[in-house]
Design a protein. Structure first.
Lengths: 1083, 365
C-alpha cells in the first residue's frame, strides 16, 4: 500500500459547458468525501460557484480560480500539496494536469499525481500513441490516415476498402465531410476538401455499427472489473452524449458481452489505469468484429451515468483506489456487507435520453451527429424497456408525453428525418411506425437495432389500441401502465383529465411499486434506500419512515436556464432537514447531479418529477409535504397542480406562487402595490399587437407562444421587424396569444435574492448586472456587492421587495428582477423560489440562504439578518460560460434568450480583479495584443471611444471593419482596415481571425438579433470557430478596458474562499439590532 | 391515424409459477405448453440464457433469471459438429423450466434463427414470462432454495425434488468420446460437463477423452484429469468419488471444476453442505488466498465445500468475497487443484480461463 498523501489538490472542471457538465460536480464531491474520510487535507480549485463540491462542508479550502496551469501552479506554490487529483474534473482538469506535468511544475514542487499516472493519460489522449498501444495488444481500432494529396487519399481508401469516411481536417462544421462509396466519389470529395483544407482524413466507415461502452475500474494491485456496460440506441455516428443509451446492453450475446469485457480489462491493464476509466467500442451488427474507439482515462459523463445506473459509487471508489487501496478493501456502500470488488447485477433497465435546447439558438444546425450539442440528460429506470423509455421522454420536459400521443413533433419528411437525425428522431420513428412503416424499413434508414424498434412498435400498437378501445377497463389500463403510459398521456388519448385516470387507477388498485436498487439483483439485502417506481411488481420494498418525512423536488434535466445551481439548492435543503431530524426524500431524474447520490438524503427516488409520481410518493412514503422551491422552475410549475390534487406544499402558499407566475395576476398585484412595471399586453391578434407596439413605442419584446412556433423571443425595433416575428409565429390566436412588452436597454438590471418569513424579509442580497438590460439575466455578468447603482435605487428596490414579499406572504426563497433608471425602478419578474444566483450570493456573503429558507419553510422562527452587503471587504463577479463552439452555426451575440450553459465566479480585492479572473475562468486569454473591432452604430462607436483610448494606451493594435476603422482614425487612433467577410477582398476579417492574428474580437451588433447571415454574424461565428475571445456587449468592453488598465495579471491574488470571507468574520461585531428588522442596506 | 396491421401472434396461454411454500406468481407461457416441477433457483447474470439453459448443472432445476429482459437476441440455429456451436453447453436444454419477467418474442441478432420461446417449445421445456422475478428472488433469498413448478393452462403436476435423484447419471455422456489432438492426453470425467471445458482444453492443444461419470478412469493413464461440473448433491456420485480417491493418491495433475471440486473434497474425506440459495451469476467475486488477487467469476452451485474439513496437505485456494465460503483448494504438491467457480465461463466472465493455462503447465511439467 502506498503511503497516503497529507494534502491533496483536486481540480474541478470549471463552468458547466456542453460536453462537461454537472457530472463533474458529482465526481469531485465524491472524491473529496473519500479523501476526507482518510483524514487527508483537501484543496479544491474550481471557479464554478454553483456546485456542491465548492460548499463549505466539503473541501478544507476552496479556490474560486480558473483551472489553468498558471493559476493552479500558484495555488500549488502556496499550498504545497503532496498529491494531485486530475481525473475528477473532466477534460479541463486532465488537460491542466498534463500541462503542469509538461512544464515541470509537478516535479519541481514534489507533487504526486494520484491514481492513473500521467503517462497513461497521455497514451490515451494522443491518438497516435493510443493506436500504437492497441496495435501491440492486437486490439483493433478504426483505421484512418491524414492525407494531403488525392493520390494518398485513394491509396488509403484502397487499403481500407470502400466505403470510407472522408473528413476535411480543420474545416468549419464538418464542411466537406462525407461517405464515399467508390473511387469516383472520393475523388470528387477530395478535390473539394483539399481546396479548403490542407488535410483530408480518410477513415474506415463503420456504418450502422453498434456503439458499446464499458466502465472499468482497476486498482494498484491490478485487480480489475467492469462495473457497467451500456449500449447506444443510436448507432455509431451519433456522439454518445447525443445518443439514447441503455444499460446494460440489450442486444449483445454472452460471447459479445464478455469478449468486449475481456478486451476492456486487457487494454486498461496495459495502459496502467489506476481508478476509473471508460472504453468505447464499435461492434459490427453482423459479426463479432469490433473496434476500440477511445479510452477516457478519467471519470466521465458515462461514469456518472453508470454510477447512478448501478448504485456503484465509481467516483468515490476511484478516489480510494488513487490512494492505493485495493477494491476488496472498500465496502459496498449499498449492501454494507459485501465489498467494492464485484460487478453489479442489474434487475432493471436504465434509459438515458439527452436534453437539447437547439431551438434557443439562432441559426444553430439542428442535425445531430459526431459532436455533442445536448446540454443535459435524464435517466429513467424501469423493469421493461418500454416503461423506462417512455418515462425518460417525459423527463426531458420538451413537451413529450412519452413515445406515443405527442403533438408538436411532426415530421414533414420522415425518410430524411430518420436518416439524418435531429434531436427529435425518436419521435419520427414513432410517427413512421404509427403510419405503418415496417421495422425493417426504419432500420434501413436509421440502423437502429431492430430489437429497439420492435419494442417501440409494441408501444405504438398498444397506443393505437388504447385510442380505439371503447372502454379503458382494468386489464387494458394495467397493460398500459406496464408499458410506461403515464396518467396524463392516457388522459390525452382518452380525452379525459389526469385526475380522472388516477381515480380510475386507484379504483382498480393499480399502483406502481417502489423498487430498490441494490447492485446485486436482490441476492443480498440493500441497506440503502435508492428507489424507483415500476408498474411491474408485487410489493413495495420501502416503507414510510417513523420519522417525519419531507419530500424535496430536484431540478430534473439540466438545460439552458436550469442547471447545477438548483442541485446545490436541493442538496442544501436536504442537509438542513436531515440536521433537523427529518427523514428526507429526494425526487430527481438527472444522473449528473449530487442530489441523486443516495447518501445525500435518507431516501432517493430516482423518477419523474410529475404529479403522478409525487402522488405515489405521498401514498407509499407518507411524506408530510413537498418542498417545491429548491429545484428551479420544474418543481415550481408543479406547485399548483399538486396543491389542487390535495398534496401539501411546504413554504409559500401555492396560491401566491400562482399569483407571481401568472402574468395577468402578477401585473394586477403590482398595480395594486403601486409598483411600476414595463408596459405590456397579451394579444390574440397580430394587427392589435402591432398597434400596441406602436402605442408603447419600439423597441418591444415579442414573446410568441412556444407551443405554436417553437421560435424564440425577439426584440423588434420597427414595424418591419415586428411583422417578421409575428409572421414567423404563424397564426396568433386566442389559443396562442402573443405577449408584447416595452423593451429597455439603457437601464440597469438588478437581481434581488431573498428569503422571507410570513412575508417579512429575513435575508437578502442585491446583485448588479454589468451589462445593461436586454441581456438575459442568465447570460449577464453579476457583481456583488453592487458597483454602479445609486444608494437611492437600492433603497427603493428593497422597499419594493418588502412590499411584494408582504403582499404574497412569502415563506421561503424568492427572487425579483428590477430595471433601474435614474432611481426609478420597474419590476420585470418575480419568482417565489430559489433563483440561479442563490449559490452565488450565499457563498459570497458566506450566509447560506438555502439553510435559512429551509428552516423558514419548516416553520422555525428565523431572526432577520442584520448585516448589509456593503461592508464586504472584497468583490465577487459571476460570469457566464457559452458553449457556442459546440453549436454549429449558432449566433453568439447576447440577447433576450438565454444561451449560456454555465457560470463561474471569482473573488477579488476590487471589481476589476474579480472581473478579470472570472473572464479567464470562462476562457478569455490575456495578454491581448490585437483587437478586431466592429463597433456598431454611431452611438455605440462614440460610447466606446474611451475604451479604445485605454486599449491604445496599453499598446494594443487595432484592426477594424471599414466604418469602425474610419471612425477610429478620425478620432486619432491608428487602425488597420479589414474587409467584411462577405466581400471577398483581402485583407479579410475572416482570414485574420483564422490565422490567429487577432486576440480579441469586439463585435457590437447593430440590431437586437440578426436574422439573416450578416457580415457581423460571420465575424462572430468565425471568432467562436477559431477560438478567439469575443465581446458583443458595450458595457463589458468598457469594464474590460478599465480592468486591463488598472490590474496587471500578476497582481491577481491567490486567496482561498475562506480567506476572503474570514475577513468578514474577523470584523463582525455583535449586532446590536439582532432579532429585529434588518437595519437595511442603506444604514 | 394508423394503418399498421394488428399483431398477428396468438395470445399466450396463462401460466403460473407455484412455490412449495404456497406462493403463486401468475404470468404467461412462452415455451412448451407443458407443466413441470423442479427446484427453483435464481441466476443474476445479465446475458447468456442459451449457455445457462444448456448447462447440465441446472438439471432438475427451474431457472429464474433476475435480469428482466430476456430472449432479446433469440437463439442461433441448429447444432453442428462434435462440439456444438458456441452458446450450447450440451446437446439440449437441461433446465426444467425458465422464469422471466419480460420475454422478447421479437429478437434481433445476426446469429439468431429462432426465438427463445420457439427453442424452448421445440425441446419441450416450459417457460413463463410476466413474473415479478425480483419478488421471487427475495423470497428465495429469505427462505432458501425451494421446490416449485410451472403450471401451464392449469394442468397441475406434483412437486419434484431433484436432490433425491442421481442427476449426474442423467446428464453424463453415455460413452467415452475423444476431442482435439496433441501429445498430451487429458481425461475429462463427465459428471455433467459443460462443453466449454472441453473447448478450453482442446484449444490449448490437448487431446481430450471425455468419459462417463461411472467409467473406470483409474485404468487410464492420462497426463491429467479434469473433474467436470455437474448437477445436484455431490454425495450422489459415489462411484466417481471412490475412483477419484485413488487418482488423488497418485501424482497425475488433477483439475476440478464446480461439482468436480466438491467430488475431490469428498474423496479427500472433507465435507460438503448445501448453501441456503447457492451462488448463481456472473459477478461472484473470489480472492486467491495465496496472493490476494481478486477475480470475478461465473458460478452455478448449491453445494459448497466445508474448508475446515480439508485434510492437512490441502489448502484453500480461493474464497468468496461476498460470504467467505470456499471457492477452491490445492494440494501441497501444486499439481492438483480445484475451483468452485467456472473458469470456462459460458456464460460469464473469462478472467479465470488462465487456470486452464496453469493446468496445462502442470500437465506438461
Amino acid at each position: 500500500m502506498i503511503e497516503h498523501p497529507k494534502k491533496v489538490v483536486i481540480l474541478g472542471s470549471g463552468a458547466l459547458k456542453i460536453g462537461e457538465a454537472g457530472e463533474f460536480d458529482y465526481s469531485g464531491a465524491q472524491a473529496i468525501k473519500a479523501l476526507k474520510q482518510e483524514g487527508i487535507e483537501t484543496i479544491l480549485i474550481n471557479p464554478n460557484i454553483a456546485t456542491i463540491q465548492t460548499s463549505d462542508h466539503l473541501a478544507d479550502r476552496v479556490y474560486f480560480l480558473p483551472v489553468n496551469p498558471d493559476f493552479v501552479e500558484r495555488v500549488i506554490e502556496r499550498e504545497k500539496p503532496d498529491g494531485l487529483l486530475l481525473s475528477f474534473g473532466g477534460q479541463t482538469a486532465l488537460n491542466c494536469g498534463l500541462a503542469l506535468e509538461k512544464r515541470g511544475v509537478l516535479a519541481k514542487h514534489n507533487v504526486r499525481v494520484l491514481g492513473t499516472p500521467v503517462e497513461a493519460i497521455r497514451d490515451t489522449e494522443d491518438r497516435e500513441l493510443f493506436v500504437r498501444r492497441l496495435d501491440k495488444l492486437g486490439v483493433p481500432s478504426p483505421r484512418s490516415r491524414a492525407c494531403t494529396t488525392l493520390e494518398e487519399a485513394l491509396a488509403t481508401a484502397e487499403e481500407l476498402g470502400y466505403p470510407v469516411m472522408a473528413r476535411a481536417a480543420f474545416a468549419l462544421g464538418g464542411l466537406g465531410s462525407g461517405v464515399c462509396r467508390d473511387k469516383a466519389q472520393l475523388t470528387e470529395r477530395a478535390h473539394k476538401a483539399l481546396a479548403l483544407s490542407p488535410q483530408l482524413l480518410v477513415e474506415e466507415y463503420l456504418e450502422g455499427w453498434k456503439e458499446i461502452e464499458y466502465e472499468v475500474v482497476r486498482d494498484a494491485a491490478d485487480n480489475c472489473i467492469t462495473v457497467c456496460n451500456m449500449e447506444n440506441l443510436d448507432p455509431l455516428g451519433i456522439h454518445t452524449g447525443e445518443s439514447i443509451v441503455v444499460a446494460p446492453s440489450q442486444t449483445l450475446t454472452n460471447r459479445e458481452y464478455h469478449m468486449l469485457r475481456e478486451v476492456a480489462i486487457r487494454v486498461v491493464r496495459d495502459l496502467g489505469i489506476v481508478g476509473e476509466c471508460n472504453i468505447q467500442y464499435a461492434l459490427d451488427p453482423k459479426s463479432e468484429r469490433y473496434r476500440v474507439i477511445e479510452v477516457n482515462a478519467r471519470l466521465s459523463r458515462s461514469s456518472a451515468l453508470a454510477s447512478k445506473a448501478t448504485g456503484y459509487p465509481l467516483a468515490f471508489v476511484a478516489a480510494k483506489l488513487a490512494l492505493g487501496y485495493s477494491l476488496h478493501e472498500i465496502p459496498n456502500a449499498i449492501t454494507k456487507v459485501t465489498t467494492a470488488f464485484f460487478e453489479p447485477a442489474l434487475d432493471y433497465i436504465v434509459v438515458k435520453v439527452p436534453r437539447w435546447d437547439l431551438r434557443k439558438f439562432r441559426h444553430a444546425v439542428r442535425r445531430i451527429g459526431s459532436s455533442m450539442k445536448s446540454v443535459g440528460e435524464v435517466m429513467a429506470i424501469g423493469r421493461t424497456f418500454e416503461e423506462a423509455m417512455q418515462k425518460a421522454l417525459r423527463m426531458i420536459e420538451v413537451g413529450a408525453m412519452g413515445l406515443y400521443a405527442n403533438s408538436g413533433f411532426g415530421s414533414e419528411d420522415l425518410a430524411t428525418d430518420l436518416a439524418e437525425p435531429t434531436e427529435e428522431r425518436i419521435f419520427s420513428v414513432v410517427e413512421a411506425l404509427d403510419q405503418g412503416w415496417t421495422v425493417d424499413r426504419i432500420h434501413a434508414l436509421t440502423h437502429i437495432d431492430r430489437w429497439f424498434l420492435h419494442k417501440i412498435a409494441g408501444v405504438v400498437r398498444l397506443g393505437q389500441r388504447l385510442r380505439a378501445a371503447e372502454e379503458l377497463d382494468a386489464p387494458l389500463l394495467r397493460e398500459a401502465k406496464r408499458m410506461g403510459f403515464a396518467d396524463r398521456q392516457l388522459a390525452r388519448m382518452r380525452s379525459g383529465d389526469e385526475d380522472a385516470i388516477r381515480a380510475l387507477r386507484t379504483a382498480h388498485g393499480i399502483h406502481p411499486v417502489l423498487r430498490q436498487i441494490d447492485t446485486l439483483a436482490a441476492e443480498y439485502p440493500a441497506r440503502t434506500n435508492y428507489l424507483y417506481f415500476s408498474y411491474h411488481g408485487l410489493e413495495d420494498e420501502a416503507a414510510a419512515s417513523p420519522q417525519r418525512s419531507i419530500l424535496i423536488l430536484g431540478s430534473g434535466a439540466y438545460r439552458i436556464g436550469s442547471s447545477v445551481e438548483f442541485d446545490w439548492c436541493a442538496v442544501n435543503a436536504a442537509m438542513t432537514l436531515r440536521k433537523a431530524g427529518f427523514n428526507t426524500v429526494m425526487l430527481n431524474c438527472n444522473p449528473e447531479t449530487v442530489s441523486t447520490d443516495y447518501d445525500e438524503s435518507d431516501m432517493l427516488v430516482f423518477d419523474e418529477l410529475s404529479l403522478e409520481t409525487i402522488a405515489e410518493i405521498f401514498r407509499t412514503l407518507r411524506v408530510e409535504g413537498a418542498i417545491v422551491s429548491m429545484g428551479g422552475q420544474t418543481p415550481n410549475n408543479l406547485a399548483l397542480k399538486l396543491h389542487r390534487a390535495g398534496f401539501r406544499i411546504l413554504g409559500t402558499a401555492p396560491e401566491s406562487i400562482d399569483r407571481a407566475e401568472n402574468r395577468l395576476r402578477f401585473s394586477a398585484l403590482l398595480d395594486e402595490l403601486g409598483v411600476d412595471q414595463p408596459e405590456w399586453a397579451q394579444l390574440a391578434d397580430g394587427a392589435e399587437a402591432k398597434l400596441f407596439a406602436n402605442k408603447i413605442g419600439y423597441p418591444v419584446l415579442v414573446r410568441p407562444s412556444y407551443v405554436l412556433s417553437g421560435s424564440a423571443m425577439a426584440v423588434a425595433s420597427n414595424d418591419a421587424e415586428f411583422e417578421r416575428f409575428i409572421g414567423r409565429a404563424a397564426a396568433v390566436s386566442r389559443e396562442y396569444p402573443v405577449v408584447i412588452s416595452k423593451f429597455f436597454d439603457n437601464a440597469k438590471e438588478i437581481e434581488f435574492d431573498g428569503v422571507a418569513q410570513d412575508g417579512e424579509i429575513v435575508e437578502y442580497a442585491f446583485c448588479e448586472h454589468v451589462e445593461n438590460a436586454g441581456v438575459h439575466s442568465g447570460d449577464a455578468t453579476l457583481v456583488l456587492p453592487p458597483q454602479r447603482i445609486y444608494l437611492e435605487t437600492m433603497r427603493v428596490v428593497l422597499e419594493t421587495a418588502r412590499k411584494i414579499a408582504a403582499a404574497l406572504r412569502i415563506n421561503g426563497p424568492f427572487n425579483i428582477q428590477f430595471l433601474a433608471r435614474k432611481n426609478f425602478i420597474k419590476v420585470i419578474e418575480c419568482n417565489l423560489r430559489a433563483s440561479r444566483s442563490f449559490p452565488f450570493v450565499s457563498k459570497v456573503a458566506n450566509r447560506n440562504f438555502i439553510d435559512t429558507a429551509t428552516r423558514v419553510i419548516m416553520g422555525e422562527r428565523v431572526a432577520p439578518a442584520t448585516r448589509p452587503f456593503f461592508d464586504l471587504p472584497y468583490v465577487a463577479v459571476k460570469a457566464p460560460h457559452f458553449s457556442f463552439l459546440r453549436l454549429e452555426g449558432a449566433d453568439p451575440a447576447l440577447g433576450v434568450e438565454m444561451t449560456s450553459t454555465g457560470e463561474v465566479a471569482c473573488f477579488g480585492d476590487n471589481f476589476y480583479e474579480a472581473f478579470l479572473k472570472s473572464l479567464i475562468a470562462v476562457g478569455y486569454r490575456f495578454p491581448i495584443k490585437s483587437i478586431l473591432i466592429s463597433s456598431g452604430d454611431i452611438a455605440s462607436k462614440a460610447e466606446l471611444l474611451e475604451s479604445m483610448k485605454a486599449f491604445a494606451d496599453l499598446g494594443i493594435q487595432f484592426y477594424a471593419t471599414m466604418g469602425s476603422a474610419l471612425f477610429l482614425i478620425e478620432n486619432g487612433f491608428s487602425a488597420t482596415a479589414l474587409h467584411w467577410p462577405m466581400e471577398t477582398k483581402k485583407p479579410n476579417t475572416i482570414d485574420y481571425i483564422r490565422e490567429k492574428k487577432i486576440d480579441l474580437v469586439i463585435n457590437i451588433p447593430k440590431n437586437y438579433q440578426d436574422d439573416e447571415l450578416t457580415n457581423d454574424y460571420l465575424i462572430r461565428r468565425a471568432a467562436v470557430d477559431f477560438g478567439v475571445p469575443l465581446l458583443t456587449n458595450r458595457q463589458l468592453v468598457r469594464r474590460l478596458a478599465e480592468a486591463l488598465t488598472y490590474i496587471k495579471p500578476d497582481q491577481m491574488q491567490i486567496r482561498s474562499w475562506n480567506e476572503y470571507t474570514s475577513r468578514v468574520a474577523g470584523d463582525t461585531a455583535p449586532a446590536p439590532s439582532r432579532g429585529h428588522r434588518p437595519a437595511g442596506a442603506i444604514s | 391515424m394508423s394503418n399498421t396491421p394488428a399483431p398477428k401472434r396468438a395470445p399466450r396461454p396463462p401460466a403460473e409459477l407455484v412455490l412449495a411454500n404456497g406462493m403463486r406468481f401468475s404470468g404467461e407461457s412462452f415455451g412448451a405448453p407443458a407443466s413441470r416441477a423442479g427446484e427453483i433457483v435464481f441466476n443474476t447474470g445479465m446475458v447468456g440464457y442459451p449457455e445457462a439453459l444448456t448447462d447440465p448443472s441446472y438439471r432438475g432445476q427451474i431457472l429464474a433469471l433476475t435480469y428482466p429482459l430476456q430472449g432479446n437476441y433469440g437463439m442461433q440455429g441448429g447444432s453442428e459438429g462434435a462440439l456444438r456451436s458456441v452458446g450450447m453447453e450440451s446437446d439440449r436444454i437441461q433446465a426444467s423450466g425458465l422464469v422471466v419477467a419480460d420475454y422478447a418474442e421479437d429478437f434481433s441478432h445476426w446469429s439468431a434463427g429462432r426465438s427463445l420461446g420457439e427453442w424452448l417449445a421445440s425441446e419441450g421445456v416450459p417457460a413463463i414470462t410476466g413474473v415479478d422475478t425480483r419478488a421471487l428472488t427475495r423470497v428465495i433469498r429469505q427462505h432458501g432454495t425451494m421446490l416449485g413448478k410451472i403450471i401451464v393452462a392449469g394442468a397441475d403436476v406434483p412437486y419434484y425434488d431433484p436432490d433425491a435423484d442421481n442427476l449426474v447419471a442423467q446428464v453424463s455422456a453415455g460413452a467415452p468420446e475423444e476431442f482435439g489432438s496433441g501429445t498430451w492426453r487429458i481425461v475429462v470425467v463427465d459428471c455433467g460437463c459443460k462443453e466449454n471445458i472441453v473447448r478450453n482444453l482442446a484449444e490449448r492443444g490437448l487431446r481430450v477423452k471425455r468419459v462417463p461419470w461411472d467409467y473406470d478412469f483409474t485404468q487410464e493413464k492420462p497426463d491429467g484429469f479434469v473433474m467436470s461440473n455437474g448437477p445436484g448433491d455431490p454425495t450422489m456420485a459415489r462411484p466417481t468419488i471412490e475412483r477419484l480417491r485413488e487418482v488423488l493418491r497418485g501424482d497425475t495433475p488433477v483439475m476440478g471444476i464446480c461439482l468436480g471440486h466438491q467430488l475431490m473434497a469428498l474423496a479427500l474425506g472433507a465435507k460438503t453442505y448445501k448453501l441456503k440459495f447457492g451462488h448463481r451469476g456472473q459477478n461472484q467475486p473470489v480472492r486467491r488466498t495465496t496472493d490476494g488477487r481478486c477475480f470475478i467469476t461465473s458460478q452455478n452451485h448449491s453445494f459448497a465445500v466445508d474448508e475446515k474439513t480439508l485434510p492437512q496437505d490441502w489448502e484453500p485456494l480461493f474464497t468468496n468475497l461476498n460470504d467467505g465460503t470456499n471457492e477452491g483448494m490445492r494440494h501441497a504438491s501444486g499439481t492438483k487443484f480445484s475451483v468452485q467457480f467456472h473458469p470456462e465461463a459460458a456464460p460469464g466472465p473469462v478472467d479465470t480461463a488462465t487456470l486452464f493455462d496453469e493446468f496445462l503447465a502442470k500437465v506438461q511439467a
